[in-house]
Design a protein around this ligand. Structure first.
Ligand code: FDA
Length: 404
């Protein structure tokens, strides 16, 4: 074989690309892994606060957003969270579980990068990095199907795997490369949008909340008229709302626009799990203020500022029945229309991507271009916060690695 010819070229040495290259290499394929960045796996390195939330014990297709909610099922079943946990255990990487099944390295995310590198070495994977790909042409030459013009010259391959990720955090090397390749090959792309992202509020909504900035609360969030709810932490910031409950709901809020849909407000329950009417009823005729009562469930400073903001400062006995009903409704269903998101600079992932209708869910190969595969975040499969996005990268990378 010509030294510039490969069985498989993978573009993007992130989570999905390294997994795919390692698997294809270990099957005996001659594999080249290309990345334009000088450092590999940067997104893994910074993930989970430097400890990489590498998967979640409780994963199903329900934890992913996509125009085809069933697409991820096959890959997740064929290479599950338990398979990845076994790999982590084989490399003796110590890990621990945080809330809701989230698994993190005890020590450092670098251990996951080192493990993937070692897996690539075990498959004899070759690297081209940093290396930019300038063009891709389809060819038909003795089984070779693609010709790439790159910084490292002209390279040819039988199978081409696009693992270039989404658009989140451009300063870490994110590019729209994968979407452009899809366009070149006339594959549909669901418009990418920032997801798992803080939400911005308009100045007029934000100004009265200024005194609440910095408050961190346990809340439940959902989009108006949608059943999916997240009970996690929320942070009020000087620009809007952040924290896991907001990041989770931001993806669903963004998703509403697909198919010409209109965005609805988000609804925040400040007293999740509390029947506020029953809880307040015994105090209905007392001298206690709502702020004092709320301090049983909410941070004291927040309770005070919140009540001052709504002019609920009198003893409860002096408030009318209507006042009380309105208080309860505001506390249980604080309804806000975000002005937008804080964009890709603050997003963890990209919603949308290569339309799954164009791909085989079993192999990740495109249905129309033989030998062309898309894996990981570049595909229209977006996980919840909590290790789901890496599992999608491992699962989609693994299956493509069996066929590419
Ligand atoms: P990924 O982005 O990992 O890799 C893409 C690779 O392609 C990069 O190496 C890039 O340099 C390369 N590339 C891009 N354009 C190219 C081009 N034109 N030419 C060549 N190469 C190119 N998820 C999770 O499950 N648990 C977590 O703890 C976190 N934490 C987290 C924190 C932060 C701050 C962010 C931004 C994201 C997370 N995520 C996460 C999400 C997770 O990082 C993400 O879903 C996966 O890394 C996606 O893996 P991919 O391999 O698809 O893309």
């Amino acid at each position: 074989m010509n030294p510039t010819d490969y069985d498989v070229i993978v573009i993007g040495a992130g989570a999905a690309g390294m997994m795919c290259a390692a698997q294809a290499g270990q099957r005996g394929r001659r594999v080249l892994l290309i990345d334009h960045a000088a450092k590999i796996g940067e997104r893994i390195r910074i993930s989970g606060g430097g400890r990489c939330n590498f998967t979640n014990r409780n994963i199903s297709a329900e934890n992913f957003l996509s125009q085809n909610p069933h697409f991820a099922r096959s890959a997740l079943a064929r290479y599950s969270q338990f398979d990845f946990i076994k790999l982590v255990q084989r490399y003796r990487i110590a890990y621990h579980e945080k809330t809701s099944g989230q698994l993190f390295c005890d020590d450092s995310a670098r251990q996951i990068i080192d493990m993937l590198r070692a897996e690539c070495d075990a498959g004899g994977v070759q690297w081209a990095q940093p290396c930019s790909v300038h063009s891709i042409e389809q060819i038909d030459d003795n089984g070779l199907r693609f010709e790439l013009m790159t910084d490292h010259g002209t390279l040819r391959c039988q199978s081409l795997v696009i693992a270039s990720g989404g658009l989140a955090i451009p300063k870490l090397g994110a590019t729209p490369f994968g979407y452009k390749v899809a366009e070149q090959f006339k594959l549909p792309v669901i418009a990418p949008k920032p997801a798992l992202v803080p939400l911005a509020l308009a100045t007029e909504t934000l100004a009265p909340l200024e005194a609440l900035a910095g408050a961190s609360l346990d809340v439940a969030t959902h989009c108006e008229d949608q059943p999916r709810e997240f009970r996690e932490g929320m942070l009020i910031t000087h620009r809007g709302l952040s924290g896991p409950a907001i990041l989770q709901i931001s993806s669903y809020w963004q998703m509403q626009e697909y198919g010409g849909g209109k965005k609805r407000p988000i609804v925040i329950d400040l007293l999740p799990g509390v029947n506020a009417a029953d809880w307040i009823a015994p105090h209905r005729h007392s001298k206690i203020t709502l702020a004092s009562l709320l301090a049983e469930h909410l941070p004291k400073r927040f309770a005070q500022e919140w009540c001052a903001l709504h002019n609920w400062t009198k003893p409860l006995a002096e408030h009318s029945r209507r006042d009380l009903d309105s208080m309860i409704s505001t506390l249980k269903s604080w309804t806000l229309m975000p002005a937008g998101t804080l964009g890709y600079a603050k997003a963890e992932v990209t919603l949308g991507g290569v339309d799954t209708n164009a791909l085989s869910s079993k192999t990740m190969e495109t249905k129309t271009i033989s030998g062309l595969y898309f894996i990981g975040e570049v595909v229209d499969v977006t996980g919840w916060l909590g290790g789901y996005n890496f599992q999608w990268a491992w699962s989609s990378g693994w299956v493509a690695g069996q066929y590419a």
